[in-house]
Design a protein around this ligand. Structure first.
Ligand SMILES: CC(C)(COP(=O)(O)OP(=O)(O)OC[C@H]1O[C@@H](n2cnc3c(N)ncnc32)[C@H](O)[C@@H]1OP(=O)(O)O)[C@@H](O)C(=O)NCCC(=O)NCCS
Length: 320
């Protein structure tokens, strides 16, 4: 049965916040929904349109579209429908409304890009081009366990025969990041599908997207400043519904050398250490080929647990 006929569309406003939070249940996103942390920022963000669907004054669905790549692409984020209306046609109807709004108001947009953490069925995949795939290592712990975990990893790294030579990972300033990320070396050799993925946000490495990255307060660490083999970014921790004091942290690591991935991962944890309290859930996104090595590196006696087993983020694109 289709419920989509009774739906009204508008842009989300501040007063919709609570109803928007209520769209997802506590089980959606494994309790790690980012909407509470992003909603207010999304409403103010340049180049972002956040659509909601309402039925009889109830907010029943949301989808946000961020114009990127200098206005040629939209990245869809936050897509959600209230549990009782999933599978009823509301999702498809909202998607149709958003697509036609963008076609009409932004005729220069030629492609849409999404990231998905489920396993999309073959009929969905057939509609898209697969741009990139990242494997996710998910860890969780009390913040008080992070220090002992870091100490354990430090001693493990220093014992490894193939530990990278030289001065170890470097934190990059904004200017270093913006120069490095647009170099042919980083784009062709390190970025998955030539795409910068920040949390679940996939961006082409082009000048116009640097402004988007600047807004995200990221910490960038590479294994070395010149011709790095690994470059990484970490989001500022944000609150999620999983537990009253739960913080979600995302580290995206680009590169294929396991020892450098481990060193850079550890450097990101060291940078986080002074600021954290409460319960932590940490997603680290890496090349699938290094996932099991990184998992092994993270085995510990410090009460840091694996939150989830192997899972993937896929980046998909199609013409609008
Ligand atoms: C994702 C969600 C909005 C889909 O709603 P639904 O009513 O169950 O959707 P349907 O299965 O009828 O599929 C409708 C459309 O949504 C798309 N869709 C389904 N799951 C999706 C997902 N995880 N991400 C993006 N699109 C998705 C389908 O591909 C389909 O589009 P198509 O016809 O172009 O292929 C809904 O399941 C939901 O709110 N889930 C919880 C939040 C969530 O996980 N969101 C996705 C990550 S942003």
């Amino acid at each position: 049965m289709s419920a989509a006929g009774d739906v009204e569309y508008s842009f989300a406003e501040e007063q919709d916040f609570q109803q928007v939070l209520n769209i997802c249940s506590k089980d959606d996103y494994s309790g790690l929904d980012y909407m509470g942390a992003t909603f207010h920022r999304w409403l103010k963000e340049p180049g972002r349109l956040t659509f909601i669907a309402r039925m009889k004054n109830r907010v029943v669905a949301l989808e946000s579209a961020l114009l990127v790549d200098g206005g040629q692409t939209v990245v869809f984020q936050g897509f959600r429908v209230v549990p009782d209306l999933r599978g009823s046609g509301v999702a498809v109807a909202l998607q149709k409304h958003v697509n036609s709004y963008i076609r009409h108001h932004y005729p220069e947009v030629s492609a849409v890009r999404i990231s998905r953490g489920d396993q999309p069925p073959p009929q969905t995949l057939a509609k898209y081009r697969l741009i990139a795939k990242e494997a996710i290592l998910s860890l969780c712990c009390e913040a008080t366990n992070l220090g002992p975990f870091v100490a354990e990893l430090q001693s493990r790294l220093s014992c490894q025969a193939d530990a990278p030579p030289g001065g170890g990972p470097v934190t990059l300033n904004q200017q270093q990041v913006e120069t490095l990320i647009l170099t042919n070396h980083v784009i062709s050799n390190l970025l998955p599908g030539k795409t910068i993925i920040n949390d679940w946000e996939p961006l082409k490495p082009v000048e116009a997207n640097l402004e988007v990255l600047r807004r995200r307060s990221l910490v960038w660490i590479a294994d070395r400043e010149v011709e790095p083999t690994v470059i990484s970014l970490c989001t500022a921790p944000y609150a999620v519904p999983y537990r009253h004091d739960a913080l979600r942290i995302n580290i995206n690591i680009f590169g294929h050398s396991l020892s450098s991935v481990c060193a850079v991962f550890l450097a990101q944890l060291e940078a986080l250490l002074p600021s954290l309290q409460g319960y932590l859930i940490l997603h680290t996104y890496v090349d699938p080929a290094v996932w099991s090595g990184l998992r092994q590196f993270c085995q510990n006696n410090a009460n840091v647990s694996f939150f989830k087993d192997y899972w993937e983020e896929v980046i998909l694109e199609k013409d609008l």
